[in-house]
Design a protein around this ligand. Structure first.
Ligand SMILES: Cc1cc2nc3c(=O)[nH]c(=O)nc-3n(C[C@H](O)[C@H](O)[C@H](O)COP(=O)(O)O)c2cc1C
Length: 365
């Protein structure tokens, strides 16, 4: 697959994208204590637009003033003040020729820094595996969460929808991505060992996908048919990297086929290496499985695709878009570099510092 394909202009729902390269969502914990983004976040996001990315997906943003906040200094979209803070970021990205999609998330049991509530909620009262992320100022075991009531579940569905409306309305985002990946609340409902519910939100694979589907439907109803909406899924979790979906390829096919009729415009799949086989029982990557099971649903691939060659291979496997994380931190101008045939800067783990400070990459510019 040639660079030409990577640089084709495309349309995702009504969103016009100048190429197929997006910046993957990356938590920056650089907002004010009450979750409002400021100038350094504006500069951080603006650089990717200047660097030629078609769009940036925001860091995961919390959706309510209750249980959804995951990390201290995480940015939110839970109130008007936060939305207005985002307006200067989205304006700046637009002025530099880019687009920006809001990633909405709820921490569930993985909340480790919440200014609103100390307790955590989850599908079932099961302590999460692993330990809080010290990288994001946590330490020790996760709290034992409370099992959510039906009213709390309905509230979460409403909060995703309200937050999405705020993102598209006052905050000026161009689309919404629902964070169903990496071990947070929607993934906790989806995962067999964290969801032991006996009501309709638990049970088999598609029942456990039920909250994700309900959130998609509510967000779609709130933002209308014409606004771009995606869902992000993963196998691995921030607190359980090696997790694989039970049922292998067959279960993945079932999930992707169901999502094809859910109302989303794209399926964002993240794996450690997106090009590798997803399961021991199949030679296919998750991208290839999705392409076969849901041929009409555009796939965005993520995971170790940070150069022209690997990104091109993901398109060759059937992805329509490629989201780049760490390589975009090292190369905020990755698309321009690829186009001009310039060498890419090596990723340095110091760049991982969860901060919107741009000085690391500026030092290398
Ligand atoms: C510092 C950092 C923060 C991240 N925060 C998020 C996040 O807020 N939401 C999310 O869905 N993924 C998050 N991720 C995962 C990335 O989007 C991406 O899946 C991962 O970096 C692998 O892609 P890469 O190989 O291109 O870096 C984060 C990754 C990093 C390195």
């Amino acid at each position: 697959m040639t660079d030409k394909h990577l640089f084709q202009r495309t349309t995702l729902n009504r969103l016009s994208l100048k190429n197929r390269l997006l910046v993957a969502p990356m938590t920056r914990i650089s907002a004010s204590v009450d979750g409002v983004p400021g100038e350094r976040m504006q500069q951080y996001y603006q650089r990717f637009a200047q660097g030629g990315f078609a769009a940036v997906i925001s860091e995961g943003l919390y959706i309510d003033e209750a249980w959804s906040q995951t990390y201290a200094f995480q940015a939110g979209l839970a109130n008007r003040k936060q939305a207005i803070g985002w307006r200067s970021v989205t304006d700046s990205v637009h002025q530099h020729g880019g687009k920006i999609i809001a990633q909405l998330m709820h921490a569930g049991a993985l909340s480790q820094g919440n200014i609103y509530r100390p307790e955590t909620l989850a599908p079932s009262a099961i302590r999460p595996r692993g330990e809080q992320l010290s990288f994001y100022h946590g330490h020790g075991a996760y709290r034992l969460p409370e099992a959510m009531s039906e009213a709390q579940i309905q509230q979460v569905i409403d909060d995703f929808a309200e937050s999405a409306a705020r993102a598209i309305g006052s905050a000026g985002f161009d689309g919404i991505e629902i964070h169903g990946a990496n071990g947070y609340l929607l993934d906790q409902f989806f995962t067999d060992y964290t969801n032991q519910r006996r009501d309709s939100w638990g049970g088999d694979l598609l029942a456990r996908l039920g909250l994700t589907l309900a959130v998609i439907a509510a967000v779609r109803a709130r933002i209308g048919q014409d606004v771009t909406l995606g869902i992000r899924l993963s196998q691995g979790k921030v607190n359980d990297f090696q997790h694989k979906w039970a049922g292998g390829e067959a279960s993945a096919r079932q999930v992707f086929a169901r999502l094809a009729t859910s109302g989303v415009d794209y399926l964002h799949l993240t794996e450690y290496d997106a090009l590798q086989p997803a399961f021991a029982d199949s030679p296919l990557s998750l991208v290839q499985i999705a392409r076969a099971a849901a041929p009409g649903l555009p796939v965005m691939a993520n995971g170790s695709l940070g150069d022209a060659e690997t990104a091109g291979m993901a398109l060759h496997q059937g992805a329509e878009y490629v989201a780049v994380g760490k390589s975009a931190l090292a190369n905020p101008d990755l698309p321009l570099r690829i186009r001009q045939g310039l060498p890419l800067r090596e990723f340095d783990k110091n760049l991982l510092v969860p901060s919107a400070d741009v000085k690391n990459s500026e030092l290398q510019a």
